[in-house]
Design a protein around this ligand. Sequence first.
Ligand code: EPZ
Length: 428
Amino acid sequence: MGRFDEKFKIVGGKPLCGEVLIDGSKNAVLPILAATLLVDGRSIIHNCPNISDTWDSIGILRHLGCDVVYDGSSLVVDASGAVSAPLPNAYVEKMRSSMIFVGSLLGRFSQIETIPPGGCMLGERPIDLHLKAFEAMGVVFEGGESLIKGKAATLKGTKISLSFPSVGATQNIMLAAVLAKGETIIEKAAKEPEIVDLQGFLNAAGAKVSGAGTSTIVIKGVKALKCPEYTIMPDRIVAGTYLVAGAITRGEVTLKNAKYQDIFPISDALVAMGYKIYNDGNKITLTTKGGIIRPLSLISTGPHPAFPTDMQPQFVALLSTIQGRCSRNCESMVKENVFEARDAHVPELAKMGANITVAEGTHFTIKGAASLTGAVVDAKDLRGGAALILAGLFAQGETIVNNAYYVKRGYADIVGDLRGLGADISIF
Ligand code: EPZ
């Protein structure tokens, strides 16, 4: 079956129970794979998730002259033979996050050529903050709207104040700055845990980066990086997705190898809904037992440590199944503040009987239903597709989720993971 024809089939109605191991983080491994270009030698990375975005990043590294060996978990990149070449259009069009290679190509070769990454279902996804930062470091761009082509005599450290704490822009500036001349200070930087992981990898290679996880990051340029060995952090969004799988089926799910300090905004929201969460170090358990599950008056997404936008579709699905016992109207509100159009999952959930109204693509009003009905639905993006699978776990009867490839971009084995918790799910 071609990868673009695969679908998920879920038969819902069963509470999920059991333990699931959380893989390495997609949004940490992608910038770290780009960072291996900065090392004139070998980088060894463990706990790399076996997802299509990892394989696409390997494709880009090989296109740029690197030797890459990957066994599905540990990955070795030898970038000693890396060359400065235009990023391959096929990857840039398919994977927006290929933009993260711009920072490391500038950092290694002081030049870049690529087509601008496309927008996607979430919104326009501009890259103005990235380009403005690179110009401040001495890059001169040519090529106009349809081409990102730039070079610098030498990259110079400077102070950059971001108008929005963009994750990608923060990471791209770090990558361009580690070998630049002098010191770079990023103000109003993104504080996501994946930024902290990138700092960990870069410092393991001998870079001098500090402040990741706060809004001010300082990078002191060094002459060269040495060969690092590093282990990727667990994926906090996969962890949150599986907690919601336990919540939406009113079951009991334990995560192994998840980091509580990365998922507290998600667990706080679940506790506010009446679920119980227990954290005993490297195991985090959600249970429905003993809780009165109720709607959420408001949940607002935002830059970390706010509630993560990458969990918004999953929570819209969960809240669609929660009526509550309140006398006044039992509605939940979700406000999406990061992307202007992260609502493609709403009409698909409506096919299953969910009662959701959306204003301006960002304000969701959700009236929980006692039950949903299985239907044929279309995944339109990664997290929206995961949300449809979660809704299928709750719905009565069979749900088919088309375009499985979107979900496979960010979940290494969602079928195996959910089956291990007792779900009736397959891919065909
Ligand atoms: C990263 O995307 C993640 N992707 C996204 O996860 C995540 O949703 C997002 O951060 C926010 O947390 C990866 O890490 C690979 P941003 P990124 O730059 O870096 C605007 C998933 O499902 N903006 O923080 O692209 C932008 O339009 C994916 O795993 C500008 O205006 O996110 C958006 O509204 C989806 N100009 C907001 O900032 C810029 O130059 C957040 O974007 C850059 C961004």
